[in-house]
Design a protein around this ligand. Structure first.
Ligand code: FMN
Length: 308
């Protein structure tokens, strides 16, 4: 896909389109349309980002934990995952076997030491091309305040991780902060090789008839079409201050949405909630971008941050 090749720090991407953590099961890669054609040829994607793993296995939250709103999706999955050991023993060999594109492992810890222990355990695996550090989780050493809410904590965490790896180190930021640019700068200064944003916003839905919350946890993460303007503004804000590449996500459903994020300053995009409507969405987005660039004889790299 030569018109839409891009890169994220150390990682060369054959396509600037990827999938957002937690929204794209590996099985989607096997889905076929009515004519038997693969819905999502891997070559459409520049990389595959895994669901966030944590040190310990997590069973996730009770149902209901997904609720579709007028213009988005609420989720309170609760980072359900097999834990570091389960991931390395069971999931990683499957991913290695199935993927012909770079694998980025999303992970999260409850303390800086735990994050470090996790990256150290993953380092020997050549099939892992890079990491996405999910800083939206509570820090047990700081009264449960999310790592991503404090620039000093982000700096300390990212510096500790950067010292332990030469692989691509993406820091995924939470939008639930007062000044996201400050968080991005802290990550860059500490050695992140790129920034991903946005993770979900806080959201809630209530049935007015019964007064009952729609999610068992009552509040959850909000994503999808409704968050796009927020995500665009935050990507633009971060792009104004950092020199490292940005992997953008938040409500991308079409190639035109993706292009808007490129103009705002993203070097690559990730498709999340759109996969629940159509697992073929990332392939359609990559195809649309490729055709647009070819028609206009322009490379996607020339459009990054080219906002008028
Ligand atoms: C069901 C669901 C599960 C998610 N799980 C994760 C996760 O494990 N780790 C993470 O960093 N983000 C997770 N996210 C957030 C997405 O990766 C993405 O940042 C966010 O949804 C915004 O993009 P979108 O609007 O295209 O979905 C999840 C989102 C959804 C909808």
């Amino acid at each position: 896909m030569k018109y839409i090749e891009s890169s994220l720090g150390k990682l060369k991407l054959d396509s600037c389109v990827t999938v957002a953590s937690g929204t794209f099961g590996l099985d989607y890669l096997k889905l076929r349309d009515a004519d038997g054609k693969l819905l999502l040829p891997q070559e459409s994607l520049g990389a595959y980002v895994s669901k966030t793993i944590t040190y310990e296995l997590k069973a996730g939250n009770p149902s209901p934990r997904l609720y579709e709103t007028e213009c988005g999706l609420l989720n309170s999955i609760g980072l359900q995952n097999p834990g570091l050991k389960g991931f390395l023993q069971t999931d990683l060999p499957i991913l290695k076997d199935a993927l012909r594109i770079p694998l980025i492992v999303s992970f999260s810890g409850s303390s800086i030491d735990e994050f470090c222990e996790m990256i150290t355990a993953m380092e020997p695996y050549q099939e892992i091309a890079g990491y996405e550090v999910n800083v939206s989780c509570p820090n047990v050493e700081k009264e449960g305040i999310a790592f991503g809410a404090d620039p000093d904590v982000i700096h300390k965490l990212v510096a500790s991780l950067a010292a332990l790896t030469d692989k691509e180190l993406i820091v995924k930021l939470s939008p639930s902060v007062t000044d996201i640019a400050q968080m991005a700068l802290a990550a860059q200064e500490a050695g992140a090789s790129s920034i991903a944003l946005i993770n979900t916003l806080w959201g809630m839905a209530i049935d007015w008839r019964t007064g009952k919350a729609m999610l068992s946890k009552k509040v959850g993460g909000y994503s999808g079409r409704g968050v796009k303007p927020v995500a665009l503004a935050l990507v633009y804000k971060v792009a104004q201050v950092v020199d490292i590449p940005i992997l953008a996500m938040g409500g991308i459903h079409t190639w035109q949405d993706a292009l808007e994020f490129i103009y705002a300053g993203a070097s690559a995009v990730a498709v999340g909630t759109a996969n629940f409507n159509d697992p073929g969405a990332p392939a359609k987005i990559a195809k649309g971008l490729q055709e647009h660039c070819k028609t206009n004889n322009i490379h996607i790299k020339d459009l990054i941050a080219n906002l008028r």
